[in-house]
Write a protein that binds this ligand. Structure first.
Ligand SMILES: Nc1ccn([C@@H]2O[C@H](COP(=O)(O)OP(=O)(O)OP(=O)(O)O)[C@@H](O)[C@H]2O)c(=O)n1
Length: 475
């Protein structure tokens, strides 16, 4: 429950910091208005820590620069086309944006409605009422023209203007609604939700980079599932990851969920819990979370009806990895993230493929080799997937997996497991066999790699002898 008195105290403290006091007096002395706006005001009221310090003013960018230069240790104007000047003052970074519409070059921001050049007008064209509040400086005064405080108390996300106008201004705001719903634990007002459903296709005009950015922010929250559900229920998810809503059509035969969609959300929740338990204090692992959400997306496309009436999925791991690669590429995810996610989806059935608890050393080495750099994430994903099975089986599988992890650690103490390669290199293979470069060297290399995987480090002398024997038997 939001304690308003404490929230207002925190606002007072925010306004009276040396930085804000300095800025407030400087702008007012120069004849301008200045106010802290958006996220920091919302977060001070909620008692959350804020990363950004955004301010808004009627001063134009040239005037902002002129006023802040004497106070700042650094300034930057990379956002000038959007009316924004950045500055470092008292060791803190601030971004100050003009609300004077005539300061924008026509292409950067075109409010669809003429609001006029006032602080209130700036606020009304923001995304949600809870983000549409400002704190005037230097004498702190809360400016809340659209009922933001009321919505904070009620934990509602609502657009300040008609949602069609607000989402028309920037359709990405529909994704922001899902992210804030997850991040703040708020619900979305019915008319805002209805507009998200109706206007979902307008997301197509938003650049894939921005969509990716919001998806990442959603996945970085402590509990993304309410946001994911909103995106699926409004049809917005179908615009960029259509395989996720399709999981609702797939009955979850192997676990105890209603469908594979519910199963996937549970795996995501479990993965986040394990990620935090195993790596406390680390930044949210977006690749792991994407893999958890997407690990079964190959199922609908690979479903096969069995003669007995059951279903099976033919190589859904490989299919899922391909689908994920395509979608993440389209969303302009970087190559590392895409490679991690596809690798995890491709390998996520490996544990279930081997007989439980009866892995040979060779199986352990192959598992480690195929997981590559993703081994730690694969541990988490597999464990998350295991715990969603019905309870008796889950316990048994979890113990089997404990055993696998222990075996990997033991073996890694004896051998280098993370870079498994043959004990002889290409040059040595040619010397031992007395051959030149060519196809046979590759074949010999693969023979030695198999030897290494099956038997571990045998030593170069034994490796050479076995290589000669193999060569002789090959004829
Ligand atoms: N598409 C957008 C993006 C931002 N804003 C406004 O700009 C402010 C700053 O945006 P941003 O930094 O993206 O969001 P925050 O609310 O600060 O939250 P966070 O830092 O968690 O992203 C928001 O509060 C909101 O008032 C908006 O109206 N429409």
């Amino acid at each position: 429950m939001l304690n308003m008195a404490e929230g207002l105290d925190r606002l007072g403290a925010l306004a009276s910091s040396p930085l804000m006091a300095t800025l407030g007096s400087a702008f007012v002395d120069a004849g301008f208005e200045i106010a802290i706006v958006g996220g920091p005001v919302r977060d001070a009221l909620l008692g959350r820590t804020t990363n950004d310090l955004d301010l808004t003013t009627d001063a134009r960018p040239d005037d902002i620069l002129r006023i802040v230069k004497p106070l700042a240790t650094a300034t930057w104007d990379i956002g000038r086309a959007f009316g924004t000047i950045g500055a470092k003052i008292h060791g803190e970074q601030v971004e100050i944006t003009t609300y004077r519409a005539d300061s924008y070059d026509g292409a950067t921001r075109k409010p669809t409605v003429e609001f006029g050049d006032t602080l209130e007008a700036d606020l009304v064209r923001r995304d949600f009422t809870v983000n549409a509040m400002a704190l005037r400086l230097p004498v702190p005064a809360l400016v809340d023209p659209t009922g933001g405080v009321e919505d904070l108390v009620a934990r509602h996300l609502r657009t300040p203007a008609d949602p069609a106008i607000s989402f028309g201004d920037d359709p990405l705001r529909m994704l922001r609604a899902a992210r804030f719903a997850a991040q703040l634990g708020f619900d979305v007002a019915p008319e805002t939700l209805a507009a998200m459903t109706e206007l979902r296709e307008s997301l197509r005009i938003v650049s894939p980079e921005r969509v990716q950015g919001e998806l990442v922010k959603l996945l970085q929250t402590a509990a993304p599932d309410p946001g994911i559900r909103l995106l699926v229920e409004t049809g917005l998810m179908s615009e960029f990851l259509p395989e996720v809503p399709s999981l609702r059509l797939e009955i979850d035969e192997h676990h105890h969920h209603k469908d594979v969609y519910e199963h996937s959300l549970t795996v995501l929740r479990q993965a986040i819990e394990l990620e935090q338990a195993r790596h406390p204090g680390q930044a949210p692992d977006v690749a792991l979370r994407l893999a958890a959400l997407l690990h079964d997306i190959g199922k609908p496309a690979t479903r096969k009806l069995e003669p007995g009436g059951g279903v099976s999925f033919y190589h859904h791991d490989l299919k899922g990895a391909r689908l994920a690669r395509k979608r993440l590429h389209a969303l302009r995810f970087d190559g590392d993230t895409t490679a991690s996610v596809t690798q995890l989806i491709e390998q996520h059935l490996r544990f279930f493929g081997y007989a439980e608890g009866t892995w040979s050393d060779s199986a352990v080495r192959r598992y480690v080799r195929d997981a590559g750099a993703e081994l730690e994430r694969l541990h988490i994903l597999t464990r998350a997937d295991v715990t969603t099975r019905n309870t008796k089986k889950a316990g048994r599988l979890a113990r089997a997996y404990d055993d696998i992890e222990r075996r990997i650690a033991e073996l890694a103490e004896q051998e280098e497991l993370d870079a498994i390669r043959p004990e002889l290199d290409g040059n040595r293979i040619q010397q031992v066999l007395g051959i030149g470069p060519g196809r046979e060297v590759g074949e010999a290399y693969r023979f030695l790699l198999e030897l290494r995987l099956d038997e571990g480090m045998v030593g170069s002398e034994v490796a050479e002898r076995r290589l000669r024997e193999w060569w002789a038997a090959r004829g």
